[in-house]
Design a protein around this ligand. Structure first.
Ligand SMILES: C[S@@+](CC[C@H](N)C(=O)[O-])C[C@H]1O[C@@H](n2cnc3c(N)ncnc32)[C@H](O)[C@@H]1O
Length: 206
């Protein structure tokens, strides 16, 4: 018998199945996008931690043939998209070769990340790994996001949220945490949202 929301198909899971998405997480992105106005037609977007592919599929449906979406994950996708508008790379976001390849599809107007470490059951270890992923996504954003661009990244809530938001405030006009309604009640995830990237500081040195 189903005992909690991890064991039963909840409202969002049923809706995702009906609308053809491989994961319920799509409604988290839809809510964030609606609240913060993350995307515009024609945007170039990078989706980090994209498998099985609900966020990517939702974006491709929104894009209506304009713009470009690059995506990366350790695992393969369960969705596909038109080759002239979508490129998926199976690999590790920490890999320099992956980063170099993704740099080639940029610069991006938005970088989004639902990437999460495989949970170990040790909350402190899991939040440390999640914070490391957010740091890596912010590195991508600082290197590959256009001025005025936006970033969204998932974080397992631990002790590091304030420091991550402080880092984001240096690069974005607005930086805040937001927990969409589609997050499971018992989940300890939130999303860090950075809006309107400030101009990159000039390079110094000889
Ligand atoms: C919650 S799932 C993403 C769901 C996705 N947004 C969707 O809507 O289908 C988290 C993903 O992060 C990926 N991930 C975790 N660590 C990663 C890494 N170092 N490099 C690439 N992907 C990673 C996992 O493989 C997993 O597929």
């Amino acid at each position: 018998m189903a005992r909690n929301s991890y064991e039963k198909a909840d409202f969002w899971a049923l809706k995702a199945r009906k609308e053809g998405y491989p994961a319920r997480s799509v409604y988290k992105l839809a809510e964030i996008a609606q609240k913060f106005g993350i995307f515009k037609p024609g945007y170039r977007i990078l989706d980090i931690g994209a498998a099985p592919g609900s966020w990517s599929l939702w974006l491709l449906r929104q894009m209506g043939g304009q713009g470009f979406l690059a995506a990366v994950d350790l695992s393969p996708l369960a969705i596909s998209g038109p080759a002239d508008q979508f490129s998926f790379m199976q690999g590790d976001l920490y890999s320099p070769a992956v980063r170099q390849r993704l740099r080639g599809f940029g610069p991006y107007n938005a970088i989004i990340s639902d990437a999460a470490p495989a949970t170990s059951g040790n909350r402190s270890l899991d939040t440390d790994r999640s914070e490391a992923i957010v740091e890596a996504v912010l590195d991508y954003a600082e290197e590959m996001l256009v001025t005025g661009g936006n970033v969204v990244c998932k974080l397992f809530i631990g002790g590091g949220q304030r420091a991550l938001l402080d880092r984001m405030k240096l690069s974005f006009q607005t930086a805040r945490a937001f927990k969409p309604e589609a997050c499971r009640q018992e989940s300890f995830e939130t999303f860090l949202v950075g809006l309107n990237r400030r101009p990159a500081p000039p390079l110094t040195g000889c």
